[in-house]
Design a protein around this ligand. Structure first.
Ligand code: 1GP
Length: 242
């Protein structure tokens, strides 16, 4: 049997092998990045965006599938961003905010669609962390990111107790400041489930700091849109023990 995507994530975490996810925004799709990823240690493509035309995700997932065997995990901006051709979806709940639509409303709309297309769903506690500029997620969801480390840690802890499969600490796409190593270390002290970290990671040095602090999956998007040739350097940090 082919192991589920969550099993892969979990096994890599247990082995302390950090994984790299390349975020593809369908609006900024670049086939060159897919070809480069095939030559590097990229564990997953995350596909999604906060404001996309209907069908854009499915179209890009189909195109990537023609050129790569790297598993695709949908990282949805809304309940319409799904594709049966992907391997899994991060089933997000925005736990840093108090907007019921993004805590459970959108999920109720998406659940029957996910079941219908038989997509593996990975329950993910999505925690927006202050990234020094207003992120698209903030604008779309009308919520504020968390600043206080204690609150971030307690939110991650509550997520694990609620049965979430992963926690995603998000500084926001293109954040000027990525999630700090001190926050990652504090969260890791209480967390047993895999930790995903993204937002504003624009160099191998930054990625290395986050890996050393304990991130299990590092997500890079913007920086690779700007310069795909950064990928080999960043990817060379992965598939070794922390
Ligand atoms: C955004 O965490 C991801 O949701 C990746 O962020 O685009 O800044 O790399 P960047």
């Amino acid at each position: 049997m082919i192991p589920s995507i969550y099993t892969k994530i979990h096994v890599a975490k247990k082995k302390q092998q950090p994984q790299l996810a390349v975020l593809i925004d369908p609006d900024k799709f670049n086939l060159q990045l897919i070809h480069l990823a095939n030559q590097c240690r990229v564990s997953y493509f995350f596909v999604g965006g906060s404001t996309l035309a209907k069908g854009a995700v499915h179209q890009v997932v189909s195109t990537i599938k023609k050129h790569s065997n790297i598993p695709i995990i949908i990282f949805p901006g809304d309940e319409t961003q799904l594709s049966a051709k992907a391997e899994a979806v991060l089933f997000l709940s925005l736990l840093s905010g108090r907007n019921p639509e993004y805590l459970i409303g959108k999920q109720v709309q998406a659940a029957p669609l996910i079941k219908k297309i038989k997509l593996e769903s990975i329950a993910t506690a999505y925690i927006l962390v202050e990234g020094k500029n207003t992120s698209a997620t903030q604008k779309v969801t009308g919520t504020h990111p968390l600043k206080n480390t204690k609150e971030i840690v307690h939110t991650a802890l509550a997520a694990e107790m609620l049965g979430f499969k992963t926690v995603y600490l998000e500084a926001g796409s293109g954040a000027r400041k990525s999630v700090s190593t001190s926050i990652i270390k504090q969260v890791k002290k209480v967390l047993n489930i895999p930790l995903i970290v993204g937002g504003g990671i624009d160099s191998a040095a930054k990625a290395q700091q986050l890996i050393s602090a304990g991130a299990d999956i590092v997500v890079v998007g913007n920086a690779l849109e700007k310069n795909p040739f950064l990928l080999p350097e960043i990817a060379s940090l992965f598939n070794r023990k922390k």
